[in-house]
Every structure is written in structure tokens, then in C-alpha cells.
Design a protein around this ligand. Structure first.
Ligand SMILES: NC(=O)C1=CN([C@@H]2O[C@H](COP(=O)(O)OP(=O)(O)OC[C@H]3O[C@@H](n4cnc5c(N)ncnc54)[C@H](OP(=O)(O)O)[C@@H]3O)[C@@H](O)[C@H]2O)C=CC1
Ligand SMILES: O=C(O)C1=N[C@H](C(=O)O)C[C@H](O)C1
Length: 265
């Protein structure tokens, strides 16, 4: 399978190229960055500290899509929406890791997925995908006597909050309680907030240093507390999961899939 990487010079883009090159059955077809980026024209192999690959970073997205069976996109919301439209036009598989999408961006992805296969997950690690399934089940079993709080910490460069994973965990908890997350969430607190409403799902965001990604879901009741935690110490886990998702997507019916579909969770 020929896989192209959108945002190839980013923290995840570099990891993704490494992962494609290390995976049997995958070939790296190229990598893109935005027009005018200083990296355009640079060899992708030397970009990740390997031998030259004779593939240059490009801003010619159409050419990259035409050269690829699947694209993996960990970029920024506006770029991801444009890439989804191009994947739909050209019938290419798209694996999206970008977070911070607006509801309108998510609708654009869903529209594109009527014409091609799109996998979209805020976190491609096996551990977080399991944590998501466990969160849904725990919320269902524990019920509203347990207050749910989701705490996340990421590196100082992260631009969106709460993290896509935290919101995904919130959605799973809400699904376990058969409610819509946006009816019960509290994304931050400040000042005289009043007592905590029953049924609320709260979020707390920490940023600092080089933390790859920590997430905890806390179920707190009178007399007991359950905490489910995942800590990522390498971005390689996300990259491996995304490449696995691209391979899984081959031959699927057009639609919008998640990492839970890929892992059967
Ligand atoms: N789902 C998952 O498992 C994970 C998701 N993420 C998410 O992935 C995204 C990227 O994270 P990260 O790699 O840390 O961020 P980076 O900022 O390091 O990388 C993003 C890259 O995409 C580039 N880019 C932006 N617009 C375009 C465009 N139009 N065409 C091509 N490239 C473009 C950026 O360029 P420039 O710098 O010029 O803007 C940058 O090089 C974030 O949304 C993050 O939350 C991260 C880890 C795991
Ligand atoms: O920006 C990051 O770094 C990460 N983003 C994802 C998110 O927003 O959940 C996943 C991971 O935790 C790393």
C-alpha cells in the first residue's frame, strides 16, 4: 500500500513516515507541507535522519494524492477539511488524526466519507482505544451517583483544549449514560461556580514541558473513587496505530470509521 503523509515535517508527520517505512506491506509515496513552508523540496529521508529517499516534501497535494492509495493526515483543522474533500474526489483512503475540529469541520468529514473511506480518531493508540471502551462501560455501570471528571496533560506546544482524546473519552462516558456530551459537559471552571450539578462531565486541562499525552477518567462517588489512566511516553504508538488503520481500511465500504472499528472494540 502506498501511503502519503500530510504535514510530514510535524512532530507526528516525522513519526508517521518512520512508521510507514518500518511496516511490511507499506511504501512511502511522499509527504506534504503547506505552500511556502521552508521544508518544501527537502528530501524526506534526510528529514528524519535516514538515507535520502529520493522523495521531496511537496506542496502539490493533488500529485501526492494521485501517487498514494492512502493518506495519513495529522495537520490542522482547515488543512484536514481540504484533504478530506480531495480524498472524496479521488477515492483515496484518508486516516485523520487532527484534533480541534469544529462541528462544521466534522460535518465536512462526514460528507466526504459518503464517497470514500475515512478513519477519524483523536487517538490511535491501542491503550487509549481500550480506555475509551472501558470508560463507556464504567459510566454505564456506575451511573450518576459517580461524578465524572476527565483530566489531561500535554506538552507546551499543543494548541487545542481540551484534547481530542479527552473529548472522545467524554463522549464515551456520555454514551454510557445515554446522554449527549454537549448537554452535560463543563469544559473549564473559574470563580464562584456553585455546587457541581449531578450528571455533569467535567474537564481539566494541563499544559507543560514535553508531556506526550496523559489522560485520566475519574469516577468519584460518596465513599469511593475509580480512576482509569493512560500515559503515552512515545508518539510512535499513535503513528503505528494510524498505519494499522490505513491497512485495515483497504477494500472497506465508504464511510466514517474510528479506531474502535479498527480494533473491533
Ligand atoms: N489522533 C492521534 O492519535 C494524535 C493526534 N494528534 C493531533 O495531530 C495534529 C498535529 O500534531 P503535531 O504533529 O504535534 O503538530 P505539528 O504542528 O508538529 O505538526 C502539524 C504539521 O502540519 C503542517 N500543516 C499545517 N497545515 C498544513 C497544510 N495545509 N498542508 C500540509 N501540512 C500542513 C504544519 O505546518 P505549520 O507548522 O507550517 O503549520 C506542521 O508541520 C494535532 O491536531 C494533534 O492534536 C497528535 C498526536 C496523536
Ligand atoms: O497534540 C498532541 O500531542 C496530542 N493530541 C491528541 C489529542 O488531542 O488528544 C492525542 C495525543 O494525546 C497527543
Amino acid at each position: 500500500m502506498k501511503i502519503g503523509i500530510c504535514g510530514c515535517a510535524g512532530r507526528m508527520g516525522r513519526m508517521l513516515m518512520e512508521s510507514v517505512l518500518n511496516t511490511d506491506g507499506c511504501d512511502l509515496s511522499g509527504g506534504s507541507e503547506r505552500s511556502g513552508a521552508p521544508i518544501i523540496g527537502r528530501d524526506l529521508g534526510t528529514l528524519i535522519g535516514r538515507e535520502a529517499l529520493d522523495l521531496a516534501a511537496t506542496d502539490d497535494i493533488a500529485a501526492l494524492f494521485d501517487a498514494s492509495d492512502a493518506l495519513i493526515d495529522f495537520t490542522a483543522p482547515a488543512a484536514t477539511v481540504a484533504h478530506a474533500a480531495m480524498a472524496a474526489e479521488r477515492g483515496k483512503i484518508l486516516v485523520v488524526g487532527t484534533t480541534g475540529l469544529t462541528p462544521e469541520d466534522e460535518q465536512a468529514l462526514a460528507a466526504a466519507a459518503r464517497r470514500t473511506v475515512i478513519v477519524h480518531a483523536p487517538n490511535y493508540s491501542v491503550g487509549v482505544t481500550l480506555l475509551t471502551a472501558l470508560t463507556e462501560r464504567a459510566a454505564q455501570v456506575l451511573g450518576e451517583d459517580f461524578d465524572i471528571e476527565i483530566v489531561e496533560m500535554h506538552h507546551r506546544h499543543k494548541v487545542d483544549a481540551p484534547s481530542g482524546t479527552a473529548l472522545g473519552l467524554g463522549r464515551a462516558a456520555a454514551a454510557g449514560r445515554a446522554v449527549a456530551l454537549d448537554q452535560v459537559w463543563c469544559k473549564s471552571r473559574d470563580g464562584h461556580t456553585g455546587a457541581r450539578p449531578r450528571g455533569e462531565i467535567g474537564f481539566a486541562t494541563l499544559r507543560g514541558g514535553d508531556v506526550v499525552g496523559d489522560h485520566s477518567v475519574i469516577f468519584a462517588a460518596e465513599g469511593e473513587r475509580v480512576e482509569l489512566t493512560h500515559k503515552a511516553s512515545s508518539r510512535a504508538i499513535f503513528a503505528r496505530g494510524a498505519v494499522r488503520a490505513a491497512l485495515w481500511a483497504q477494500g472497506r465500504t465508504p464511510g466514517l470509521y474510528t479506531m474502535r472499528d479498527v480494533l473491533g472494540l
